[in-house]
Design a binder for this molecule. Sequence first.
Ligand code: GUN
Ligand code: FE
Length: 445
Amino acid sequence: MITYQIVFEGAIISSATFDKADFTPEVLTCVDQSGTIDRVISATDNDYQSVKQAAIDSNILRKIPKDCYLLPGFTDLHIHAPQWPQAGLALDKPLNEWLNTYTFPLESKFKNLEFAEKVYQNLVAELLANGTTTGLYFGSIHTDANLILAKICGYLGQRAFIGKVVMDNPEQTPDYYRDASSEVALSETEVFIQQMLDLHQQTGADITPVITPRFVPSCTEETLRGLGQLAQQYDLPIQSHCSESLWEDQYAIDHFKLRDAQVLDKYGLLTDKAVMAHGTQLSDTDLTLFEQRQTSLAHCPISNAYFGNSVMRVNEVITKNINVGLGTDISGGFSLSIYRNMQQAIMSSQMLQDSGQKQARLSAANAFYLATIGGADALHINSGQIKVGFKADLQIVQDQYFAVSSNEPQEIFERLVYHTNKENIKQVYVSGKLVHNNLGENNGK
Ligand code: GUN
Ligand code: FE
């Protein structure tokens, strides 16, 4: 028998399709030495008892407590790491004003590496404690500070996709926070790519560099073109914002006589490895382009309530065969919890339906799919499901109302989506490795 790294015993909940989450009451989830789920053994299988006994003998059986459930970890598909210190603050202005008044001054402080280290330590630990096992991050323009973020993710064990933010358009960026020129923007991006690849090689950290034009208004055409070429040359993921607000949508039309999505596409920035945030203003023709390019969208429902000028049509987008995940958009969104964003996605979709959009409503199962499978698919990682061959990115979550509520699987599931707080997330694993422990001294054994 192969020696497992860890074997979990207890109930699992995992998304099966966009519309359905599976609840399985009693299984052994066996994780191999590479951190991959090797087997999911049901209680009726012949070797359930022998595998369980072997796990007990090697002291690797993790019994999930009676009021707890094993869920896949979440992917945050859009988060601005340097904006963490202002999460929940300064949300009183429209997007463009907010950037200039609060956000660019804050991000410019990450030139100071001590400050960067302090903020990023706290952010990554908080994300893990909230069940986020993979992050797709915007850093700042500073290559060194971004590398610190990568090292912290590696050290704390979070899977991370990180971009050096590129912004070099003097008309739309302040002189104190801008890439000095297009050449500098592109050469710094390349330096960052190399350093990330080296760090991955040297430490084995699960980190990937991401091509990151901030958004169309922040970049010169020369730079957008160069970034498209770098993405192709290094075969890398791309992230940006697309049609997030009425202002951004209009900017592309005024300056390029094109739609925002068309500008990105013109420079090779809409690929099947690209993740575009928000898309609240995307037109039907934009969606066709996204479908053709197989570009994913990061839905950021809390942030959109402030800056989006409308609600993204998630159901319609999914029907058009475009992949969607969830993003917190720290700090356009105030909460780094993907649970909180699932709740908002559902609530916003109800309001969209009430405002006349047919079939707009999202269910808890839909939101859970976005948080798990949608996010993982956008980044082409085998994560987000408790299934053989998938990475053991997992969270053990407690149903705090177990004693007083119904224990029907569907009701437990919905309660977890609506009521899970950081305190209820007992343990978190990335590729089978414990990265957050809130279960007390005996580690739950
Ligand atoms: N568009 C360009 N930069 C940003 C940012 O930092 N946050 C959000 N929400 N939108 C942006
Ligand atoms: Fe954003």
